[in-house]
Structures are given as C-alpha cells and as structure tokens.
Design a protein around this ligand. Structure first.
Ligand SMILES: [Zn+2]
Length: 263
C-alpha cells in the first residue's frame, strides 16, 4: 500500500529547472500486505500529507472585478451546479436536492489558486491554456470562468468534504460514491463514519458480516476505505472541524441563493 511521506517543505515531483532548496521527499512503498479479514470491511487508511503551503509573495488578497464578474456569470447567469453534488443557486433551498446542507454556491480557483499564480510560469500555463502567454494574461486567466470551479459551500470548504481539505483522490471520487458513503473522516467522527459506511456496504451486498467494532485511535484523519482486496484509498491529514456531515444522496438540483467565495 503506497504511503506518501510528507515533507516538512514542499518539493517538486518532477525535475525542477532550478535546484530546490530542500530535497524532495518521496513515496515510500510498503510491501503489500497479505489478504486480511480487515479488507472485507470498511477500514481506515492513514497517510501523511504535506499540509503547509509555500505560498509565493503576492499582493494582499482582494476580490477583483474580473473575479466578481466571472463568479456572477457562473453562479447566477449560467447557474452552474456544484461540481460534486449538483446543487445550484436555484435549488440551494430545496432540502430534497441540497442534501449536503450547503449554504451557498461558491467558486474555487482551479487549477491555479490565485495566491499561487506568481509562482507559475506563463509559458507552462500556455500549454494547457493558450490564452495565457505572459504575466498580464496569466492574471486575467486566473480570475476568469476558465479557472473557476463551481462548488457548494460544503464541497468547497468543509473539512470532510471540501476541496480545500481532501486529497485529490478523495475529492474526485465523491460524486460517484454510493448514497451516504463518506470517503473521509476526522479523528472525532471516524468511528461513526466507518460504522455507517459499513452499513452501506452491507446493504449493497459488498460486505459480508456486520462491521466489527472499529478502533478510533490515532492521529489526524482517516479515509474510510470500502471493503475490497485492493489498493487503499489515500488518507489525509487535516484538523477536525465542525463540518456538516449530512448523509447525502447526491442529486441533481434546482432555487435561490446567496453569494460565494473564491479560493
Ligand atoms: Zn456540493
């Protein structure tokens, strides 16, 4: 099972053109464990995660007119849905649709976080986004609809579900999960999350027996990995928080709502 060793400082995974100030960490591979009864149940997979962003120098953050216009267009004119649960500004107040109890439709800078933009090379960005070819066009792109992902407040910022707190694999799979299955938990609610996930897997006929009493010791957070004789889903580290933990039923939306925030 692959485990990522978190560095105390970030490091590129591909060859840098300049020498990094610290050496890169690497991925350490542990020998594959022999099949275990544990794998027949939802189980924790914990991994170290680099949690410190090395943000380049940048001006104080403030909402630009470009961002405000792009946000308004996506959320209120286009009425784009949350990329994970599908709730829109029109269905935000419909509990049947807004099962994650989101409070707003927001827009998340993706793939280029605004505060990271100064560390980007416009020519490299140009490979994927031809409109970018210098610093000016890079900054224009950053706040444009092409660099904004619409997410509800839950899938944007909550600790257990938000893009700001999950590992990429955990975040990406959320929209495809069985109703109610939670892929990540905090140390505070891991036991309950795992028990519920076990019930879901049992109901789906993918887990043989009632879940054994899970132990909830340990540090940071864990991934509730469904039973399977396979690769573990990566865990993550983050702090516990009062995030909403609705037991969803991802649905596709439609009613009115508030604003959003960028990140
Ligand atoms: Zn959502």
């Amino acid at each position: 099972m692959p485990r990522t060793t978190a560095p105390t400082t970030t490091a590129p995974t591909t060859a840098p053109t300049t020498t990094p100030t610290t050496t890169a960490p690497t991925t350490r591979r542990k020998p594959t464990a022999a099949p275990s009864p544990t794998l027949a149940h939802v189980h924790e997979t914990r991994e170290d995660v680099a949690v410190i962003s090395e943000t380049p120098p940048h001006p104080p953050r403030e909402e630009t007119p470009e961002y405000a216009a792009a946000h308004h267009f996506l959320v209120y004119e286009k009425k784009a849905p949350c990329d994970v649960c599908g709730v829109t500004v029109d269905t935000l107040h419909d509990p049947q649709v807004n099962v994650w109890k989101a409070t707003a439709l927001e827009t998340h800078h993706w793939p280029i976080e605004r505060s990271f933009a100064n560390a980007c090379d416009p020519l490299k960005v140009h490979r994927d986004f031809p409109s970018v070819y210098n610093r000016v066009t890079l900054m224009q792109f950053v706040d444009s609809p092409a660099n904004l992902k619409v997410l509800c407040s839950t899938h944007h910022r909550s600790v257990e579900h938000g893009i700001h707190h999950l590992l990429p694999a955990q975040f990406a799979v959320q929209k495809y999960l069985l109703d109610g299955y939670l892929i990540a938990a905090t140390t505070r609610d891991a036991t309950q999350v795992r028990a519920r996930d076990d019930q879901i897997m049992q109901a789906a006929g993918m887990e043989p027996a009632p879940a054994p009493a899970p132990d909830s010791t340990g540090p940071a957070t864990a991934t509730a990995t469904p039973p399977a004789a396979a690769k573990p889903v990566r865990g993550r580290a983050s702090s516990p928080s009062p995030s909403p933990s609705p037991r969803p039923r991802p649905r596709r939306p439609k009613q009115t709502a508030p604003t959003g925030s960028a990140a």
